[in-house]
Design a protein around this ligand. Structure first.
Ligand code: AKG
Ligand code: FE2
Length: 502
């Protein structure tokens, strides 16, 4: 419908983006947003979220321009000579300005008013300038102003939202729509993952880990203290003042919850912290690795191991766009609170709308998860190789096999733990990955990317002598078996005058 906007994202920063949780019931309306969007897009089959939509400034999709009697798109008339640039380019240029200059430029014309108020510009200014975190004030612009002018009453800012007439832009409209759209029922209903409860370790290995297939495991978190204890109030009590990684910054957990309560944006920030158990050891004691994933060969590297476990907290709508997990590891992801929609594609199927670079170090994909659902999800329905999908609820764990593409969106405010691991089943695979010629760009989660292969191999040889040779031999035998022509192939291809199909 609208154009496809793409975002170049480096997979190697396991930028497990920044999700959220806490009961959406409790989410407050944006206190600064007084203006509602008048032209409800629900006619197109989309529903807006219950909470009041964020500021739209009257931006309409470009298609509406062709049905209006107005001869002008005020997007163009107000931009002067730069109106020939795409919206993305205009925004890229504005991204070089300071907050003060953005504010001044927004008074130049209606068009600059709309562009200069684009929330992601203010979000970048906040994230670039506030390494120690921020206190969210209902919008990124208000947050910026409050951070730099603590005496200014930012509640005035939201109420100044003018509505510009005859402004048409797919880019800006879609950005607003994706921030305010409810997930459609048809995006959530396909559930084709295999579910298992109470299987043995050997069954897990033979049925899922060895063939590298996803599975949703039920009931294996029943004895996790986290499952009973962790909620927003508990976490704030235990570590509200601790700082966690949220995108590019470290912020106090209690401040993150203030943000998560109000966030209504296309790509909400996600708390994704690999050092949570060092920062707050109590959190590390509230869960234990499920037995299926107990072999953890990277542990032979001690402190030099790449990042491997994360606490993930984010509001409904936050999540992780399509990526493959780092260093060719497999992962498990356990939902402690909330629920997550998963879409997974096997390693040989690149998801629609996703364009990995030839060396695999970068991925171009739609700007947001909602945009992917809006523009690409439907097309997978006719694919022969359908994605594996499910909603993973509190108390459930999903196994994410190595090399699988996956996308995750939190359907509610959520808290999860994820760990990436190497077992004997994917050791050779991981060693191959770490040895790739472009290891310096591909390997992630550690400073010494280039030497990780040699260090890991040596450490495995010391701790588990002979294991690599043994696995290599087994892999060669398996490969030879797969390459051996079957009985029928051999009779069909033989020139010996034997039986042939014609
Ligand atoms: O919970 C999420 O956002 C997904 C995280 C993820 O990609 C993973 O655990 O591999
Ligand atoms: Fe992942």
């Amino acid at each position: 419908m609208f154009g496809c906007r793409t975002l170049l994202k480096q997979i190697r920063k396991r930028n497990k983006r920044k999700p959220h949780k806490f009961h959406s019931k409790n989410r407050r309306k944006n206190p600064n947003s007084t203006q509602q969007h008048q032209d409800s897009p629900t006619e197109d089959g989309f529903n807006l979220k219950d909470s009041s939509p964020s500021q739209n400034y009257g931006v309409q999709p470009l298609g509406n321009f062709y049905f209006t009697s107005s001869p002008h798109n005020s997007r163009n008339t107000g931009l002067g000579n730069i109106h020939t640039l795409t919206d993305e380019l205009v925004l890229d240029i504005l991204g070089f300005l300071t907050g003060t200059h953005l504010g001044i430029l927004s008074t130049v014309s209606k068009s600059f008013y709309v562009f200069c108020n684009h929330e992601p510009l203010w979000r970048n200014l906040v994230l670039d300038g506030c390494d120690d975190g921020f206190l969210f004030k209902g919008s990124w612009k208000s947050t910026f102003v409050a951070a730099y002018n603590p005496c200014y009453d930012v509640s005035k800012i939201g109420s100044l939202g003018f509505k510009v007439k005859d402004f048409y832009s797919d880019y800006l409209f879609q950005s607003w729509l994706c921030a305010n759209l409810e997930m459609k029922v048809e995006w959530l209903e396909r559930d084709n993952i295999v579910r298992r409860k109470g299987i043995s370790f050997d069954e897990f290995v033979s049925d899922f880990e060895t063939p590298n297939k996803p599975v949703l495991l039920e009931g294996c978190l029943d004895n996790w203290p986290a499952l009973k204890k962790w909620d927003r109030d508990y976490l704030v009590k235990v570590c509200g003042d601790a700082r966690f990684s949220v995108g590019p910054i470290q912020m106090k957990l209690s401040d993150f919850f203030v943000y998560a309560d109000q966030a209504q944006e296309e790509r909400p920030l996600y708390l994704f912290d690999p050092k949570f158990a060092n920062k707050v050891p109590k959190l590390g004691k509230d869960y234990e690795v499920p037995v299926y994933f107990s072999e953890d060969l990277f542990s032979v590297l001690g402190d030099e191991r790449p990042d491997y476990r994360w606490i993930i907290i984010g509001p409904a709508g936050s999540g992780s766009s399509f990526h493959i997990d780092p260093n060719s590891t497999s992962a498990w992801n356990a939902v402690v609170k909330g629920s997550k929609k998963w879409v997974l594609f096997p390693p040989d199927v690149v998801p629609p709308g996703v364009y990995p670079s030839a060396d695999g170090a970068e991925v171009a994909c739609p700007v947001s998860i909602t945009e992917w659902f809006m523009n690409f999800y439907e097309s997978t329905k006719t694919w022969k190789k359908k994605p594996i999908e499910c909603v993973c609820k509190a108390g459930e764990v999903i196994f994410v096999p190595n090399g699988w593409w996956h996308l995750v969106i939190n359907l509610e405010d959520s808290i999860a733990i994820t760990q990436n691991y190497v077992s004997r089943r994917n050791l050779l695979n991981v060693l191959d990955f770490l040895k790739r010629p472009n290891a310096s760009t591909l390997v992630s989660g550690t400073r010494d990317r280039v030497n990780l292969h040699d260090k890991f191999k040596k450490a495995i040889e010391v701790s588990f002598p002979g294991t690599i040779d043994e696995l290599t031999k087994k892999a060669e035998i398996k490969k030879a078996e797969l390459e051996k022509p079957s009985y029928w192939d051999s009779v069909k291809d033989s020139n010996s005058g034997g039986f042939k199909f014609f």
